[in-house]
Ligand binder design. Structure first.
Ligand SMILES: NC(=O)c1ccc[n+]([C@@H]2O[C@H](COP(=O)([O-])OP(=O)(O)OC[C@H]3O[C@@H](n4cnc5c(N)ncnc54)[C@H](O)[C@@H]3O)[C@@H](O)[C@H]2O)c1
Length: 259
């Protein structure tokens, strides 16, 4: 279904990004992967092209998109996957301003910069597909990281805005909302390794994205149970909060580096 399509994936030197890239390559797409440093080794292992792109820097995102289009042709699918997370510290707003700003820049503005560059081209061409790797934390909450939760909620909202504002221009948008997946981000994180809903592999996320694109569904739920949690949050917000408090008591607050 993606044969010869030009697919871009940011933050793809490992983890979910690499899993997504492998799926698109297997489907016959022309895949460009990028990360903070050029992921040449991964690219050669999986049969993709490697680029360097710091998604928190608008000029870098613009140059990346332009370089991919000159090397591979017009971009059909852009997967904004790069992400960062850091912990609260002792109090909920305890992370440093720098850690909040970095989360905002990478988890939100990285997608804004790419969408700003691509939408005019895609509107003109009447096609394009923008995918954001948000998180279940973008619909629910990440215990131990308010900056991750807030910015992932914003990422979900941006994906929704694209789906609403540009559907009539022939542009599709999808929002990937996994719970824990094996990657550098979750390595050594007890909450992930002991998760009651399971620690998925990156290929599970890739298969879920493929299925959602085939079914023309906006939300991608690699852990299907997240959909029911999301419904429960909307229908019974106090019961949802009570459940999250119980989970916090059970798992503690270990999330990423202290912010
Ligand atoms: N692993 C999980 O449990 C999980 C769950 C839900 C959502 N996510 C999201 O999935 C995405 C991929 O994360 P992952 O789990 O594969 O972890 P990961 O750490 O392996 O991948 C994140 C990648 O983003 C890159 N990155 C960070 N800052 C960047 C920047 N400024 N510019 C470009 N690249 C940058 C990192 O170098 C890294 O390769 C992230 O957006 C993450 O928030 C992960």
């Amino acid at each position: 279904m993606f044969k010869n399509q030009v697919v871009v994936i940011t933050g793809a030197s490992g983890g979910i990004g690499r899993g997504l890239a492998e799926m698109f390559v297997a489907e016959g797409a022309k895949v460009a992967i990028s990360d903070l440093s050029k992921p040449e080794m991964v690219a050669s292992e999986i049969g993709a092209a490697a680029f360097k792109c710091d998604v928190s820097d608008e000029a870098s995102v613009k140059a990346f998109i332009s370089d991919v289009e000159s090397d591979l042709g017009p971009i059909d699918i852009y997967v904004s996957n790069a992400g960062v997370g850091s912990g609260n510290g002792k109090y909920v707003a305890g992370g440093s301003n720098e850690s909040w700003e970095l989360a905002w820049q990478v988890n939100v503005m990285g997608s804004v910069y790419a969408a700003r560059e691509l939408m005019p081209r895609w509107v003109e061409r009447k096609s394009g597909r923008f995918v954001i790797t948000a998180s279940a934390a973008g619909l629910l909450n990440q215990i131990g990281s308010a900056s991750y939760s807030c910015t992932k909620h914003a990422a979900v909202s941006l994906a929704e805005s694209i789906a609403i504002e540009h559907a009539d221009d022939g542009i599709k948008s999808h929002c990937i909302c996994p719970q824990y997946v094996r990657s550098n981000m979750t390595k050594g994180m007890p909450m992930a390794e002991g998760s009651q809903d399971g620690l998925l592999e990156p290929k599970d996320v890739a298969n879920a994205l493929k299925a959602a694109i085939e079914a023309d569904e906006f939300f991608v739920f690699p852990h299907p149970v997240v959909k029911s949690y999301f419904i429960n949050r909307a229908m019974h917000p106090d019961a949802y909060l009570s459940g999250m408090r119980k989970l916090k008591a059970k798992v503690g607050q270990a999330f990423g580096k202290k912010g």
